[in-house]
Design a protein around this ligand. Structure first.
Ligand code: SAH
Length: 360
């Protein structure tokens, strides 16, 4: 048994079963042996859009240049990335943004990253860039407009699961059976007054076994982003896999070596994620006083930003790479690949000409 699994088993024996959210937080974030804390998993266990093509980050960089100009070219603003992985997205954004040197001069760059291993990779990728690393968004000073991007960040945040049983919804827990970790239901149903949660969930119409997921960690961060944007202006772009409407379904999954794995088998060794509930995040942002564009599919979003024109230009410059460039565009936009499962959503002030890529 790995040291981290042993630690979780000991915790459960001492204190009783833990929630799925608590389990995920330890498995990914334990300071010694958490999945993201130890090493760089991107490219080994899974691949993300910025790693598929430089065009992804370039288009997002140009999007931010456009919204910066639309809001009157503020002399100072925060350019923030949540969960920057290998630093590729930020690096591609900054290269594309060189077309407006004043944008780069005005940008105070913050990278919100908790993993020391990934911070080291990001430092290399962004050598020569004036940037600050933060553990949490709340360490970024207040008072300036905020241009923020989060790609495949929210799927890595812990969520709670509730399972419909005969007399109500019970929280799904993780417990220890001999040396194995297994799921179990909390014996008491969640008090009816605090359930069903918002976002249109109707308790009675769900069959026994239905699973409802909610991520207070994600909603807390979106609330903070939306408050800041409502107060000081800016745009936040959230891209992730997930659903546009809230619903029921078990989306807790583990991936190791590009294959699905058992989420309880090897904590710390596999990536754990939930699908993002975009409707819940949109409601949270609106409640905090901001405006929401989308969500819409990644395929539509990238097409509206001009991915095909950009690909044509790259192919013209490097004809020998044409096949590779076409394959990357297909992977990012084809509904059978990342085009439909992945969604893009923007949080903004709601004044001004809207956000490029969105039809709002
Ligand atoms: N955005 C990158 C990486 C996605 S992987 C890409 O598209 O390639 C998730 C990233 O979020 C990793 O960098 C991970 O270390 C970071 N992360 C996970 N939980 C976090 C948290 N609570 N706070 C800050 N960063 C976190």
């Amino acid at each position: 048994m790995s040291a981290l699994k042993e630690k979780i088993v000991r915790l459960i024996r001492a204190q009783g079963p833990v929630t799925v959210a608590h389990y995920m937080q330890i498995a990914l974030g334990d300071s010694d042996a958490g999945y993201y804390m130890r090493a760089n998993p991107i490219g080994r266990d899974f691949i993300t859009a910025p790693e598929i093509s430089q065009i992804f980050g370039e288009l997002i960089g140009l999007l931010f240049v456009q919204v910066w100009e639309d809001c009157g070219c503020p002399k100072r603003f925060h350019l923030i990335e949540l969960g920057p992985g290998r630093g590729t997205l930020m690096s591609d954004m900054l290269r594309a943004a060189k077309i407006r040197p004043a944008f780069l001069e005005a940008a105070e760059i913050s990278l919100v990253e908790t993993s020391p291993a990934l911070r080291a990779t990001q430092t290399d990728a962004l050598a020569g860039v004036r940037a600050a690393w933060r553990n949490h968004l709340n360490e970024v000073p207040l008072g300036e407009p905020l241009f923020l991007v989060a790609n495949e960040f929210f799927d890595a945040l812990p969520a709670h699961q509730f399972v419909r049983a005969e007399h109500g919804w019970h929280e799904r827990m993780v417990t220890a059976q001999d040396d194995a970790l297994v799921f179990a239901l909390a014996p008491e149903a969640v008090p009816a007054a605090s359930f069903p949660p918002p976002h249109g969930q109707e308790t009675r119409s769900y069959p026994t076994g239905a699973v409802f997921e909610t991520s207070p960690a994600s909603e807390g961060i979106v609330k903070e982003i939306a408050h800041r944007i409502a107060e000081s202006g800016g745009v936040a772009l959230i891209i992730d896999y997930g659903h546009a409407e809230s619903g029921v379904g078990d989306t807790f999954q583990a991936v190791k070596d590009n294959r699905y794995a058992d989420p309880l088998a090897e904590p710390g060794e596999a990536d754990l994620t939930f699908h993002v509930d975009f409707a819940a995040l949109a409601d949270t942002a609106r409640d905090a006083g901001a405006h929401v564009c989308g969500p819409q599919t990644q395929g539509e979003f990238l097409a509206a930003l001009g991915i095909r024109a950009r690909a044509a230009r790259l192919k013209h410059a490097s004809p020998e790479l044409a096949g590779e460039i076409d394959a990357a565009v297909d992977r990012l936009t084809n509904p059978a690949q990342m085009g439909t499962l992945f969604k893009a959503m923007a949080i903004c002030e709601g004044r001004g000409p809207g956000v490029p890529g969105f039809s709002c």
